[in-house]
Design a protein around this ligand. Structure first.
Ligand code: SF4
Ligand code: SF4
Length: 177
């Protein structure tokens, strides 16, 4: 390496105000005040979560309920209450985050070859892109508008088949298939 290739950077000289972070503190206070005035004037909407919840997320247009929010997944059931999934692995193949784990087994039913003996989704790894529901040929997996999920451990946030089917039961009335 030649001496001319070396770039020497001088440490910037800080003013006394900079050394005490005064400009940054004032800019931060300005941002806080701006939001405070927006809230007081009614320009910003404040939701007192968790007592209040956002009910305005789904948008109704022309009598159709269009879901615009992609939240926690559910596994849909068919008319007989069985899991709709046929364990084709299309969703896990399409998933860019590689967070769907399926173990397929021979189906106990006559109308399909396979079903998922295990179906896990790592909800912390998921980026909620919706590729899985786009890829599913039988509309067995869907993203719901449920957004307030919590867990104390990482393991709790890996949703298994039973949990995903329970979410179907909880959401199907408000969000039909
Ligand atoms: S929403 Fe996207 S990242 Fe999440 S499981 Fe589906 S495909 Fe994977
Ligand atoms: S959820 Fe749909 S895409 Fe995924 S394995 Fe089941 S049937 Fe296939």
């Amino acid at each position: 390496m030649k001496d001319s290739d070396v770039i020497v950077l001088d440490e910037p000289r800080l003013s006394v105000a900079d050394q005490f972070y005064l400009p940054q503190v004032l800019v931060g206070l300005g941002t806080t005040m701006k939001h405070m005035f927006k809230v007081l004037s009614g320009t910003d909407i404040v939701i007192q979560y968790p007592e209040e919840r956002r009910e305005d997320m789904p948008v109704e247009q022309g009598g159709m309920l269009l879901r615009t929010y992609r939240g926690v997944h559910r596994l849909n059931k068919d008319e007989e209450g069985r899991v709709k999934c046929v364990a084709c692995f299309m969703c896990s193949t399409a998933c860019p985050a590689r967070c769907i784990h399926i173990e397929a087994e021979e189906s106990p039913w006559q109308d399909r070859e396979k079903y998922p003996a295990k179906f896990d989704i790592d909800e912390l790894r998921c980026i909620y892109c919706g590729m899985c529901e786009e890829a599913c040929p039988v509309d067995a997996i869907e993203l719901t508008s449920m957004y307030d999920i919590v867990g104390l451990t990482r393991q709790e946030m890996i949703f298994d088949k039973e949990k995903l089917l329970r979410i179907f039961d909880q959401t199907v009335e408000d969000e039909p298939m």
